[in-house]
Design a protein around this ligand. Structure first.
Ligand code: GNR
Ligand code: NI
Length: 204
C-alpha cells in the first residue's frame, strides 16, 4: 500500500513567482540613495527585473528604477510602446550618460514616487547612454524624444535625483510639503487603483 510512483515527500522545485512590490513614495529617504553598480548579471538580477516589470506595468508607468521598489542597484526597466501596441520591454543595467546635446527639450514629467504630480522639465534633447543588457553585454545607444527624457529621468533615480530637483524651488517646496504632510497623517499618497476595490463583504 503506497503512493505508487508518487513520493509524498519528494522535494518540489522552487518556482519563483513574479511579484509586484510596493513603490517608494517621497519623502522616503531611500529615493536619495546613490544606487550600487551591478557586479554580475545573475539570476537575482533577472528576478529583480521581472518584479520591476510587473510593478511598472501594474502602476502603470513607462519606466522604473530599482530604488523605486527599495532596491539600491543600478537597474532600470522601461516600456515606451504606445497604448494598444505590443509591449516593448527594455532593460538598462548600470546606465550612464556618455554624451548629451546642448539643445534641450521640455517634457511634462511625472514620477511613480511622486504620484499625480506633473511638471515641465527641461533636459538635453539627445543623449548617448552606455549600459549592460540582461546577458551582461555592453551597448551604447543614441536616444532622442521620450526615450532620451525617460533615460535621463531613470538614470537620475539611480543617483538619488528626482525630477522635482530640476524645477523651481518654490514648486519643489510646495510638492514636498504636501507629501510630508500626507506621510505624517499616515495617508496613502498612492493614486486609487481599480484593483484596490475590495467587495464590501470581504472587509473586516
Ligand atoms: O511613468 C512615468 N512617466 C514619465 C513621464 C514623463 C517623464 C518620465 C516618466 S517616468 C515615469 C515612471 C517613473 O517614475 N520612473 O522613474
Ligand atoms: Ni520616476
Amino acid at each position: 500500500m503506497g503512493f505508487g510512483s508518487i513520493d509524498p515527500v519528494a522535494p518540489t522545485p522552487y518556482i519563483a513567482a513574479m511579484a509586484t512590490r510596493d513603490i517608494v513614495i517621497i519623502p522616503d529617504k531611500r529615493l536619495r540613495l546613490v544606487s550600487e553598480p551591478v557586479k554580475t548579471v545573475d539570476k537575482s538580477i533577472r528576478t529583480l527585473v521581472d518584479d520591476m516589470f510587473e510593478t511598472m506595468y501594474a502602476a502603470p508607468g513607462i519606466g522604473l528604477a530599482a530604488i523605486q521598489i527599495g532596491v539600491a542597484q543600478r537597474v532600470v526597466t522601461m516600456d515606451l510602446a504606445k497604448k494598444d501596441d505590443p509591449p516593448e520591454p527594455q532593460v538598462f543595467i548600470n546606465p550612464v550618460v556618455t554624451w548629451s546635446s546642448d539643445v534641450t527639450s521640455t517634457y511634462d514629467e511625472g514620477c511613480l514616487s511622486i504620484p499625480e504630480y506633473y511638471e515641465e522639465v527641461e533636459r538635453p534633447a539627445k543623449v548617448k547612454v552606455k549600459y549592460l543588457d540582461l546577458d551582461g553585454k555592453e551597448h551604447e545607444i543614441e536616444a532622442d524624444g521620450l526615450l532620451a527624457t525617460c533615460l535621463q529621468h531613470e538614470i537620475d533615480h539611480t543617483n538619488g535625483v528626482l525630477f522635482i530637483d530640476h524645477i523651481s524651488k518654490l514648486k519643489r517646496d510646495r510638492v514636498m510639503k504636501k507629501f510630508k504632510k500626507a506621510a505624517k497623517h499616515g495617508e496613502s499618497t498612492k493614486p486609487a487603483h481599480p484593483s484596490d476595490d475590495v467587495p464590501e463583504h470581504h472587509l473586516g
